[in-house]
Design a protein around this ligand. Structure first.
Ligand SMILES: C[S@@+](CC[C@H](N)C(=O)[O-])C[C@H]1O[C@@H](n2cnc3c(N)ncnc32)[C@H](O)[C@@H]1O
Length: 198
């Protein structure tokens, strides 16, 4: 199992790009802010919070959570961009979820960080936390696993049909596209999808 806090401790953080995910800026540019709803937006596995601050700068109220205390310390170190907050928490902890509700969840490199055996727990967390009519908006790491080969990760691979299937019990897909703007090296490996909570 990955010791995420240790990876921050030793500086083994290849996902850390120092700026928000280009596909997030694309989503905000293409779909605007209404689709995110009027209540707080949850960003699970927020790392240093670059996406959180971009969402706050767009006028929304994001809550970034991460189970690594050093990630939260790094996120907290940045100047405020708007109405953002951070909390050390495990997205898969059903106790933490109790009584909480968000109008949207932004997914970026948390789904692919979680062991595939826990993907249904990830989907259940989204279903529990997103209010009816709210949305799961995400950019997913999209490459198929080689048949017969054990998944090696993180990041763990996924496919569109797998992602659709995992969220289908609670969500309907409304939008999807391959982002034009990505971090260098991720071209053609990512997929933006917007799912509405039924
Ligand atoms: C690959 S990193 C991505 C961080 C950030 N999204 C980014 O792109 O810069 C995955 C992050 O998810 C966090 N994480 C992994 N499992 C988690 C969980 N169950 N709940 C909350 N955070 C989690 C890790 O600590 C790590 O910061």
């Amino acid at each position: 199992m990955t010791d995420w806090n240790n990876r921050y401790q030793i500086g083994d953080t290849p996902w850390e790009k120092g700026r928000p995910a280009p596909p997030l800026l694309e989503v905000l540019g293409r779909l605007g802010t209404d689709i995110w709803g009027s209540r707080p937006v949850l960003v699970p596995g927020c790392g240093s919070g670059h996406d959180v601050r971009a969402i706050a700068a767009a006028g929304l109220s994001p809550v970034g959570i991460d189970l690594a205390p050093l990630a939260i310390a790094s996120a907290d170190f940045y100047p405020k961009a708007g109405d953002e907050t951070y909390e050390k928490a495990d997205f898969l902890d059903s106790g933490w979820r109790e009584g909480k509700s968000f109008s949207a969840v932004w997914e970026h490199t948390c789904f692919c960080a979680i062991n595939p055996s826990r993907r249904e727990d990830y989907a259940q967390a989204c279903a529990d936390l997103i209010e009816p009519g709210g949305r799961l908006i995400g950019v997913f790491f999209l490459t198929p696993n080689e048949p017969g080969k054990e998944q090696e990760g993180p990041p763990f691979n996924s496919t569109i049909s797998e992602i659709d299937g995992i969220f289908a019990p609670w969500f309907v897909r409304e939008h999807d596209w391959v982002p034009e703007n990505t971090y260098p090296g991720r071209d053609g490996q990512e997929w933006v999808a917007v799912f509405r909570r039924e």
